[in-house]
Each structure stands twice: as structure tokens, then as C-alpha cells.
Design a binder for this molecule. Structure first.
Ligand code: PRP
Ligand code: ZN
Ligand code: MG
Length: 225
């Protein structure tokens, strides 16, 4: 069941943004019954459908106008913009709100026993990451000749597995780094959750609904301060 007149919102299916994004939607009065196995959830009191997908897919879905809104981390968004710029594909979208959750940083981390004075210590090294475009931009802006090794998961085990010398991965509490004998050294990108909208013009009904929802988001955010 997909109905083009209903507002389509993409959220991460499971991960650091899922619970807070769903909680925010519920707090602004959108009733939702999430069934774990299902990709789509229809609101029972608003013309809203929720699409539950991998966070990596959300920027592209919004940029292609497949969904109208998306809750996403700035890290994934910036990475997808760089990827699309590099291949001359459209990457337009509108940022509606910066949100007060999903805070994390994309950082360079190295094994405890590796000497590291500055980013220059990465010269000639291999760095494992899920964010090769952000990492390569960081290398370029620091004039470092190093290579990004793309891994979609388990980045933190790459040095031990002999796949890379260092990593560039998301850090929030630092527990993952500590558990893997790694030390955070340099910040590549600081991120939080944002609400984005497709650049494609929407029907008046959908745009009016969005315009009614935004002040409620502001109200919920301010009430938490
Ligand atoms: C990130 C990252 C680490 C973890 C770090 O993964 O890849 O595994 O978070 O968080 P910590 O500093 O609090 O330990 P994420 O939860 O985004 O999932 P993913 O790697 O499966 O995308
Ligand atoms: Zn992800
Ligand atoms: Mg992880």
C-alpha cells in the first residue's frame, strides 16, 4: 500500500538515530505502530507513512525525491553529497532542522602501540573507514598522502586483522575504540541528526502538513532544554 498523497518520511530502521527519531515523531502527534519486520508503517491519525531503512540509504532517497523527508546524521548526508558530486549526480535537498540527538564525531583512531604525533603520521598508511569521501577530503586538506580502505562494517577490527594501519570511524562514548585497543587522535567531522526535505516541490497539502509539524518539533526541542 503506497499512496502518493501521504507524506513519506524515512527513518533509520535500527541504530543510533532510530529510537530518538520515532520518539520525536510521536511527540509531535503522529501516531505510529511500528512492527519490527515491516519496512513501512502507516500513521493512524495523520497522512504520514514511515519508511524504515538503513541510514546509508536515507540521503539518496531524499535527494532522488523517493521520500519527502528524512531523519539522518550529518555524517551520512555529507558523505553522500561528496559521493554524488564526484560522479556528477544530483544531490540537492533542504535542511529543515538541526536536531538535539545523534551527536557523534568521525575520528581518526590508531592502535595504542602506534606512534602518532599529528595527521602527518598517516603518510603512506592505510586507513579503514565507511566514509571514504570524508576521509579523502581530510587527507587532501592536510596534504597527507594516505589511502582509504572502504569497509561497510567491523571497521574497528581492521588494524588487528592487518587490513589497515589505522581507522576513521564514528565515536560517541569511545567504548568501541577502548574495547579494540584503539586511541582517538584527530576529528574529521562532527555530526548530529538533522531533518531534511526533498528539493522537489511537494503538493500544497504535503507542504502545509510539514509547515504545521515544524513548530511542534521546535516546541518539543525547547521543552527538553
Ligand atoms: C558506530 C561505530 C562504532 C560505534 C562507536 O557504529 O562504527 O561501532 O558506533 O560508538 P561508541 O563510541 O559509543 O562505542 P554505529 O552504531 O553507527 O553502527 P554501524 O557501525 O553498524 O553503522
Ligand atoms: Zn550506517
Ligand atoms: Mg559500528
Amino acid at each position: 500500500m503506497s499512496d502518493a498523497s501521504r507524506l513519506r518520511i524515512a527513518v533509520q530502521k535500527s541504530g543510533r538515530l532510530s529510537d530518538d527519531s520515532i520518539a520525536l515523531l510521536k511527540a509531535i502527534g503522529i501516531k505510529l505502530q511500528i512492527r519490527d519486520r515491516l519496512l513501512i508503517a502507516h500513521s493512524t491519525n495523520q497522512p504520514v507513512d514511515l519508511l524504515r531503512v538503513r541510514d546509508d540509504d536515507i540521503p539518496g532517497l531524499v535527494m532522488d525525491g523517493v521520500v519527502d523527508l528524512g531523519f539522518i546524521g550529518q555524517n551520512e548526508l555529507e558523505e553522500k553529497m561528496l559521493e554524488r558530486q564526484a560522479s556528477n549526480r544530483p544531490y540537492a535537498f533542504k535542511t529543515l532542522r538541526e536536531l538535539d540527538y545523534g551527536g557523534c564525531r568521525l575520528s581518526i583512531a590508531v592502535p595504542n602501540e602506534m606512534s602518532y604525533d599529528s595527521v602527518q603520521s598517516l603518510q603512506g598508511k592505510k586507513v579503514a573507514t565507511t566514509y571514504p569521501y570524508l576521509l579523502e577530503r581530510f587527507f587532501e586538506s592536510n596534504n597527507v598522502n594516505a589511502s582509504a580502505v572502504m569497509l561497510t562494517g567491523s571497521v574497528e577490527v581492521a588494524p588487528r586483522a592487518g587490513v589497515a594501519d589505522a581507522i576513521c570511524d564514528l565515536v560517541s562514548t569511545g567504548a568501541t575504540l577502548e574495547a579494540n585497543g584503539l586511541q582517538e587522535k584527530d576529528e574529521v567531522f562532527v555530526s548530529r541528526a538533522v531533518l531534511i526535505q526533498s528539493a522537489k516541490p511537494l503538493s500544497d497539502e504535503k507542504q502545509e502538513l510539514i509547515n504545521r509539524l515544524l513548530p511542534r518539533i521546535d516546541g518539543v526541542t525547547q521543552a527538553k532544554e
